[in-house]
Ligand binder design. Structure first.
Ligand SMILES: N#Cc1ccc(Nc2nc(N)cc(-n3cnc(CCO)c3)n2)cc1
Length: 290
């Protein structure tokens, strides 16, 4: 399953915010290997004590991450249980969640965005080959390991985080807030996710990346939950990019008909052709495609 870590080998530093039913902290873990004491910087993800009934799903997410390894998958060191505290110990990723980074960095180039989208497509392809469904692909669950440094020819590097509590365990209201990342068919049946669901979410995440982290459908009027529900009932699409090839890819991924969603190989092929056409088009320097 996964490695258990002794509570006394963990140290909590500052709080870094929260996810669904979880809180995250910067921290340290201590191991004793060949008689030496090693401390490693970690991310401590704590399950809210008032949601400890979700502990199985919380640890399922941890074991999901420890079962397989891939360069674009977050490394999970293990879990620690102490009283009513359930803690997942993750590698500390230097630049944090991508949704906040996108909001902060206003002048990311089209090639930066395509590069990140390609990395996500690669790990999605890997998961599909391993017949593993993530179920919660979104910019908030992408972590930035390395920023780009054009002067050194260094490109950005991301990792996909754990999916968190299984969407089937969450209340209807939390599920509603996952519109438009959650595939329409999953709204009715959150307990039978498919690879096609991850492709829908991929489309919404690429839309986020090219919209500088502005969450889709945000800012709708207050009763946005009802509007969000209408969004699926009326088979609406997110506002299309002016870059038609990008809009086509996002539109294919976010098809209401599962059969129309492209294979991962097709997604990667289309992203590669966007890279070439992106270089030719003068969009590159401004990064504006919407
Ligand atoms: N300022 C700042 C700053 C904050 C965080 C990190 N590092 C880090 N490492 C991880 N393994 C996971 C996360 N993380 C962030 N948000 C979530 C919840 C949604 O998944 C998970 N952040 C680095 C810098």
């Amino acid at each position: 399953q996964f490695h258990t870590i002794k509570y006394e080998d963990l140290k909590w530093d500052e709080s870094l915010g929260q996810g669904s039913f979880t809180r995250i902290f910067k921290g340290e873990k201590t191991d004793y290997r060949d008689g030496e004491k090693h401390t490693t910087e970690v991310l401590l993800k704590e399950l809210d004590p008032d949601h400890k009934n979700c502990w199985e799903s919380f640890f399922e997410a941890a074991s999901f991450m420890s079962q397989i390894s891939h360069k674009h998958l977050l490394h999970v060191y293990g879990v620690s249980v102490h009283g009513d505290k359930n803690i997942m110990v993750q590698e500390f990723v230097k630049h944090g969640a991508l949704d906040l980074y996108l909001k902060r960095e206003k002048s990311l180039s089209v090639s930066w965005k395509l590069n990140v989208a390609k990395q996500l497509a690669c790990v999605l392809n890997f998961l599909e080959e391993q017949s593993i469904i993530h179920g919660n692909i979104c910019a908030k669950n992408l972590l930035l390991v390395r920023e780009e440094d054009p002067s050194q020819g260094i490109s950005p590097f991301i990792k996909l985080s754990d999916p968190g509590i299984n969407v089937a365990m969450l209340g209807k209201d939390v599920i509603m807030h996952r519109i438009p990342w959650i595939a329409p068919e999953s709204l009715a049946a959150p307990d039978n996710l498919t690879h096609e669901c991850d492709k829908w979410s991929f489309g919404a995440t690429v839309w986020e990346i090219f919209n500088n982290g502005n969450p889709p459908l945000q800012g709708w009027s207050l009763e946005e939950v009802k509007l969000k529900e209408k969004f699926y009932e009326n088979k609406q699409q997110l506002p299309p990019s002016q870059w038609t090839e990008l809009a086509d890819l996002i539109g294919q991924c976010m098809s209401y008909d599962l059969a129309f969603r492209p294979s991962c190989r097709s997604i990667i092929r289309q992203l590669n052709s966007l890279v070439t056409s992106g270089n030719n088009v003068s969009l590159n320097h401004v990064g504006k495609v919407f």
